[in-house]
Design a protein around this ligand. Structure first.
Ligand code: HEM
Length: 550
């Protein structure tokens, strides 16, 4: 190669470098998207980070509150260079949730089997496949199943009560939020798989619990200990530069960092445990003479679950969620669901069902402990219900005030503080033109506390959800959406409410709770979900009548 040729080569290389640099700099401003959304009010995005830094400083929930006050019911924001349109009024939230049935998928950083696994996720699948999967989930929430599950929820509460009793005896403050988290994980394990994870400290089996369930517990804890994006540097890069996602996937596979390896191991543990349970149960089902179908199968298996002995739960139990799924048909193929698809549903159920319900209960207990007058009303209702009656699913209808307290807690502290959808087609929202595929968010926390839609929005007033009260008459039902709406609304709402009500009834049948001073206002942790940052520290006291019996 001559000198002049190599100089020209270097020149091209430099040019390519400079052009790439300019492209990255320009990309960081997302000029096309900024132009498209120019008429919608909102913060001016910073290069690449967009409006993320402000969001990080105050947490998403409170930042959206500030933006909604400043810009009104529709505004834009930039998650890194990803543009979002947010809505914050009952009418617009309803419109967005009902007309857009796609949930956006964050750029995956997985490849191979890991990526395939994520594709079967009910949260991500679309169209026919979603309808089919959702149809398969639904029998879990028939009243027959919930009646059977309520027995398991009561059992899990028995162990929670032992933790509370220990704290009451020592007259010490303790973190009830943590104890409740262990209980909701047990409920998910027994209802989803019929397997006892032995998560609660007063469970006699917990100390020498099966190695597998200990690992499973650690894996779930690992997945929840991290923010969806901060667990690995690769996930952050993928979020900031969605266009580089395919390259990031390869680099993450070749050069995984510690966070990624840990996450992979945790996911693997859950998936392998679930897959093992499925394999064993498939053999049992194959042996079962004349497999039952449909509603009859549900009734039969849930009865078995209710009546079955509960001491040993080593395999998938008849009537559990996984058992129901293994008997269901995939309407898109006419065949049963694959083991990977079933394993994924179990994985989603653990993730979707455990933390959210624990958070809702944690917030409700915080609010009740902080408002002794409302707590006294709740105890009075529980007294009328019966102080030593185990609540069945059907009997929960007799507890409107317990339900009202939970709903009011979900208003003030929605565990899912924003719902995100992807525009299914071009559409007009509040007079603005929104293009297909645009990510649209509903600022739920902000709307739940907006004085335009709620009187005295920062106050805990359960009467808003008590039929016939003036407070209830003032409520716009579309302004309360902790479980989302439309065909993608939370499929587990009835399950979560049943579990939360049973827990509150059982706790308040024996105790009242005093909040440790210094926790108001409650500090929040805001990742994908909203949770109490430092737990909920309370001191339980036995009711007088229960003390006399002791
Ligand atoms: C208080 C507890 C819970 C809250 C606040 C909650 C909230 C939510 C929200 C906001 C969504 C998205 C809705 C939308 O996009 O419109 C959702 C979806 C979902 N939730 Fe829940 N959830 C809770 C408990 C549960 C439980 C216990 C289960 C399972 C037993 C569950 C399973 C699911 C599933 C599978 C989806 C996806 C539904 C679909 O895409 O078709 N959730 N949840």
């Amino acid at each position: 190669m001559s000198d002049s040729e190599s100089r020209a080569g270097l020149g091209y290389g430099q040019l390519a470098f400079i052009l790439t640099l300019i492209a990255i700099i320009v990309y960081g401003f997302r000029p096309v998207h900024r132009w498209r959304l120019r008429k919608i009010p909102g913060r001016r995005p910073k290069w690449f980070t967009g409006t993320l830094l402000e969001l990080r400083k105050r947490g998403a929930a409170r930042t959206h509150q500030i933006w909604a006050r400043e810009y009104g019911p529709i505004y834009k924001s930039f998650g890194g260079s990803r543009p979002f349109v947010f809505v914050e009024s009952p009418e617009l939230v309803r419109q967005v949730l009902l007309t857009n049935t796609y949930r956006p998928v964050f750029p995956s950083i997985w490849l191979g089997k890991e990526r395939e696994f994520d594709k079967a996720n009910i949260l991500a699948v679309r169209g026919e496949k979603h309808r089919s999967l959702r149809g398969a989930w639904t029998p879990m929430f028939f009243s027959g199943s919930l009646e059977a599950f309520s027995a398991l929820m009561n059992e899990a509460t028995d162990l929670l009560l032992l933790s509370v009793a220990a704290a009451a005896k020592s007259e010490k403050y303790f973190d009830i939020y943590q104890a409740i988290g262990r209980m909701t994980l047990q409920v998910v394990g027994t209802t989803a798989f019929g397997v006892d994870f032995h998560t609660q400290e007063h469970d006699p089996a917990a100390k020498d619990c099966h190695e597998d369930s200990e690992r499973l517990q650690e894996a779930v804890a690992q997945i929840f200990s991290v923010n969806a994006f901060s667990f690995s540097a690769w996930a952050v890069v993928s979020l900031l530069f969605p266009v580089l996602a395919p390259l990031v996937r390869v680099l993450a596979l070749l050069l995984p960092d510690r966070g990624l390896l840990r996450m992979k191991a945790a996911r693997g543990t859950i998936v392998n445990s679930v897959a093992h349970l499925i394999r064993v149960h498939r053999r049992t089902l194959e042996k079962e003479a004349g497999i039952l179908n449909g509603e009859k199968a549900v009734q039969t298996t849930t009865r078995q679950l209710r009546e079955g002995t509960m001491e040993v739960r080593r395999g998938v139990q008849p009537g559990s969620f996984i058992d129901l799924l293994m008997r269901a048909k995939d309407k898109t193929t006419g065949k049963g669901f694959t083991d990977m698809e079933i394993a994924n549903q179990g994985f989603v159920l653990v993730l979707a069902g455990y933390e959210t319900t624990g958070n809702a209960l944690g917030f409700a207990l915080y609010l009740l402990a902080a408002h002794p007058e409302q707590q006294a009303r709740l105890v009075e209702e529980v007294r009328r219900f019966g102080m030593d009656r185990r609540p069945s699913y059907e009997s929960l209808e007799e507890l409107p005030f317990v339900e009202a307290c939970l709903k009011e807690a979900l208003r003030l502290y929605p565990p899912a503080p924003t719902h995100i959808r992807q525009a299914a087609r071009d559409q007009e929202i509040a007079g603005y033109r929104i293009q297909k595929d645009q990510w649209i968010g509903c600022a739920v926390y902000a709307m739940h506390r907006d004085p335009k839609y709620w009187q005295a929005p920062e106050e805990f007033i359960p009467d808003r959800f008590m039929e016939g009260t003036p407070e209830a008459a003032a409520v716009n039902p579309d302004a309360w959406v902790p479980f989302g709406g439309g065909v993608r609304a939370c499929v587990g709402e009835k399950f979560a409410m049943a579990e939360a009500k049973i827990t509150l009834v059982r706790l308040f049948q024996q105790y009242t709770f005093e909040l440790k001073p210094g926790q108001e206002p409650l500090e929040l942790r805001n990742t994908i979900t909203l949770s109490p940052k430092n737990g909920v520290i309370v001191k339980p006291s036995l009711h007088k009548s229960a003390r006399m019996e002791e």
